[in-house]
Design a protein around this ligand. Structure first.
Ligand SMILES: NC(=O)c1ccc[n+]([C@@H]2O[C@H](COP(=O)([O-])OP(=O)(O)OC[C@H]3O[C@@H](n4cnc5c(N)ncnc54)[C@H](OP(=O)(O)O)[C@@H]3O)[C@@H](O)[C@H]2O)c1
Length: 350
């Protein structure tokens, strides 16, 4: 029941991708008492109206009396940037509210109880799994108290990201690269390493970039510094002997065995308010992220090419497991052809 409308809520909610962080993606559909859709809305941007408010404010309470409101996340019950949506729903005389997922945020919690106390019928759990998948960044942030990490790679069929002499341009087609650049914008920040920046001198357009540069090896004339805000994570031993540009922020973290402490890096990122990170790095950092079980999601583009090269750069390097039963397991969630390449989206299975 109400699955069709809930799917519409998901579609509306997705329009807010890349704009609403740290809030969840939310869409809303309003039906009048005869069951006809009379309005819809979504959360467009952080600080702006929640989806329910966006949909209801296009109407008058007379239109909605006895109607049904469908929304993918439990209506909030707190004063944040906007007043509680639960109060507005009550004011508009809605008699039934249909929810996909309950809100785990302790600050916003309690909308369902408030509505029920006001005599509104609440149906929850409609397409719950899809609702959880849609807001996986939000749910993971609340559960793990760290940024959601997406590892993006572009490989050959034999899992290489470069040849033995370091040639890596380009493995995938222009179409795949364009889609990858679009995905990038859906996350609060992108992360790479000084090794990748020194090898490729990429621009990596994004409003917020994070670079792991333990030994302060980067020159601020490299292309990556020309645009966006940049956070550089350094170790505790070296300093830059160049003037730090105004768009660059330096954060020092301790080193463990001559490597930056990645968990500390992630903690600092979350404290700054970065809720999701799209990692575009080489085999060493990729391997380390996998080894430490930090990748919540992998987006792997694969080109129909084979390097057939034992010494080429593997997508993930580092300690290998000896038994298949010890491998890290991911769940395939999406598979799409971007001819002549394809991409697969995997979620960490815990
Ligand atoms: N096809 C693709 O998807 C793709 C994407 C990006 C890059 N690439 C290619 O990958 C190549 C670079 O690969 P790479 O493996 O040499 O470099 P990488 O994985 O990008 O970076 C490795 C460096 O990351 C730093 N790092 C910081 N903290 C770390 C930690 N806790 N654990 C591990 N590393 C940490 C280390 O630098 P410090 O020694 O300074 O600590 C390490 O040397 C380039 O040729 C590039 O073209 C391919």
């Amino acid at each position: 029941m109400y699955e069709r409308e809930m799917r519409k809520c998901f579609r509306l909610a997705r329009k807010g991708k890349g704009q609403v962080s740290p809030n969840p993606l939310v869409g809303c559909v309003v039906l009048d008492k005869s069951g006809k859709e009379i309005s819809n809305g979504y959360h467009r941007k952080y600080g702006e109206n929640h989806a329910e408010r966006d949909a209801l404010l296009k109407l008058m309470p007379d239109d909605t009396a006895g109607g049904t409101l469908i929304v993918n996340l439990e209506p909030c019950n707190h004063y944040g940037k906007t007043p509680p949506c639960s109060d507005l729903i009550i004011k508009y005389g809605i008699s039934r509210v249909v929810i996909s997922t309950l809100d785990p945020n302790p600050k916003a919690y309690g909308g369902k109880e408030k509505l029920e106390k006001a005599g509104i019928e609440v149906i929850s759990g409609v397409l719950r799994e899809e609702g959880e998948f849609l807001n996986r960044i939000f749910f993971n942030n609340i559960k793990n108290k760290r940024a959601y990490l997406v590892l993006k790679t572009a490989t050959t069929i034999d899992g290489k990201i470069g040849t033995s002499i370091g040639d890596s341009k380009w493995i995938t087609s222009e179409g795949a690269r364009k889609l990858s650049r679009k995905f990038r914008q859906e996350y609060d920040a992108i992360m790479t390493t000084s090794a990748t920046v020194l090898a490729d001198n990429p621009q990596m357009r994004h409003r917020q970039k994070i670079i792991l540069d333990r030994d302060c090896r980067l020159d601020f004339n490299l292309k990556i510094f020309k645009q966006g805000n940049i956070i550089l994570f350094n170790g505790d031993k070296k300093k830059y002997n160049q003037t730090i540009p105004s768009n660059v922020q330096i954060i020092n973290v301790k080193e463990i065995n001559s490597k930056l402490d990645l968990k500390e890096v992630l903690k600092k990122i979350y404290e700054i308010g970065i809720m999701s990170v799209f990692i575009e790095a080489g085999s060493k950092l990729n391997g380390e992220i996998i080894k430490q079980d930090l990748a919540d999601e992998i987006i792997q583009f694969t080109a129909p090419k084979i390097l057939n090269d034992n010494t080429g750069l593997s997508c993930y390097s580092g300690d290998s497991v000896e038994k298949i039963s010890e491998s890290k397991i991911y769940e395939l969630k999406e598979l799409k052809l971007i001819y002549p390449d394809y991409y697969a989206r995997y979620i960490r299975k815990l």
